[in-house]
Design a protein around this ligand. Structure first.
Ligand code: NZQ
Ligand code: ZN
Length: 388
């Protein structure tokens, strides 16, 4: 375990079938005006909206309706949310939905009391907030991003063709998050599996870096095994509570900073996926699945021992009489089979990307240090072409 770090996570979680009851414990801590943030209407169909509004009313709150947060929330919606919060003197931003609602709530939280343009300040210049932050709470209805227990907030600017994430500090993370696995039962299968792959890839992004003996890697392997097992149950029986609760809990731990401790981390699949998302507006997890195999096949020779370990520990590859290259390759092909079993997007064309977008997507791809190979632009282009 190398590296110097601190670890602190301020988000309080309530998990389980009765988790929503604890909203009653949290609400008295905040002022009267609650901005109720939600997406395109799934929470109205599955009844979660009514349950939440009832609890808000019982607690004497003034409910400010802020629906219509789209998947991959846009900078225009962010500006609208800031206006709503200013006009209504919002005391608490309560996001009810998936990562898009949680991310949007965080972006609004740091922008309400800030005079500068939020996109320029946080997503272009990557500055830290220097204004009063409006507290955020989260009621999660989709497992995947980990936004319920982290400071991440991804915003899309379609005009600039950019999708950028800012990881804010402890003071922006949700004050509390409510996780009832049953709330995810109504997810369409495509969203469920996109979330499952998002979880798995978050773990990979932290695992595929470094060559020291690191406790974080053992934790990562355990999380990967759990999500693989539960995913196979959940696609057969989406209402299997045991599987869906494991998926929800794994999502949180995959990206709440624990398993990145002592790791340099990679995140290039996310950079490629986010750039693709800026061009196609495709579902986040699917943008990751579409580019993953070409990327991992490309970097495998640079991090071979870790790919061998991945094959053995995560995919149970029998190593007898095989070279390291063969073992690593078998690990990746088992991962590919699993991805196909889930029904994930396996190439960019399925997501609406075309050959003429490749150069633009490459331009929008932020190249990070930290993984087994720092890519150059030509390599980004060739990985994207291999993903088409
Ligand atoms: O909008 P509604 O009608 O609610 O429908 C949503 C949406 O269409 C639907 N949905 C959610 N819960 C449901 C449901 N439908 C039926 N029943 C339910 N219980 O699912 C669709 C997708 O929702 P969304 O919130 O967009 O999905 P997700 O949780 O994957 O969030 C994606 C956003 O999070 C960002 C992504 O880039 C993307 O913008 N990310 C945030 C991260 C973070 N904060 O750390 C990290 C991730 O890597 C990711 O980049
Ligand atoms: Zn992700």
């Amino acid at each position: 375990m190398l590296g110097n770090f601190s670890y602190h996570n301020p988000t309080k979680l309530y998990f389980g079938k009765n988790a929503l009851d604890y909203l009653n414990d949290e609400l008295p801590k905040y002022g009267k005006n609650v901005q109720l943030i939600y997406g395109g209407g799934s929470i109205k169909k599955n009844g979660i909206y009514d349950k939440v509004v009832e609890i808000l009313k019982q607690n004497g709150k003034n409910v400010i309706d802020d629906g219509g947060v789209m998947p991959n929330p846009t900078v225009e919606k962010l500006r609208d949310g800031v206006r709503i919060a200013r006009e209504n003197k919002t005391d608490l931003l309560l996001a009810v939905g998936g990562g898009s609602c949680c991310d949007y709530a965080k972006a609004v939280s740091v922008s309400v009391n800030c005079d500068e343009d939020a996109w320029e300040k946080y997503y272009v210049r990557f500055e830290n907030p220097d204004c009063e932050i409006v507290p955020v709470g989260c009621i999660l209805t989709m497992a995947g991003t980990g936004s319920e227990m982290n400071g991440g907030s991804v915003i899309t600017n379609h005009q600039a063709k950019l999708k950028i994430g800012h990881v804010f500090g402890d003071d922006v993370m949700p004050k509390f998050s409510i996780l009832n696995p049953e709330f995810t039962f109504s997810l369409p299968k495509r969203q469920m599996v996109a979330g499952i792959y998002d979880i798995f890839n978050h773990i990979c992004e932290q695992y595929f870096s470094g060559d020291d003996d690191n406790t974080s890697d053992y934790l990562a392997e355990a999380l990967m095994k759990s999500v693989i097992k539960s995913s196979l149950t959940a696609i057969e029986n989406p209402e299997n509570y045991e599987a869906r609760s494991n998926i929800m809990w794994t999502a949180t731990w995959a990206l709440n900073t624990l398993i990145s401790r002592g790791k340099t981390t990679d995140w290039m699949v996310h950079m490629l996926g986010q750039a693709t998302g800026a061009y196609t507006d495709a579902t986040h997890g699917m943008t990751l699945s579409a580019v993953s195999l070409p990327y991992y096949k490309f970097i495998c020779p640079y991090g071979l021992p870790k790919f061998v370990r991945f094959a053995k520990e995560v995919w149970n590859v029998d190593t007898t009489g095989k070279s390291d290259e063969e073992i690593a390759s078998e690990g990746l092909s088992r991962m590919e089979n699993w991805m196909k079993t889930l029904g994930l997007a396996m190439n960019l064309r399925e997501l609406g990307a075309t050959e003429d977008m490749i150069e633009g997507i490459a331009d929008a791809t932020i190249i990070l240090q930290g993984g087994y190979k720092v890519l150059n632009r030509d390599e980004v282009v060739s990985i994207l072409k291999a993903s088409l």
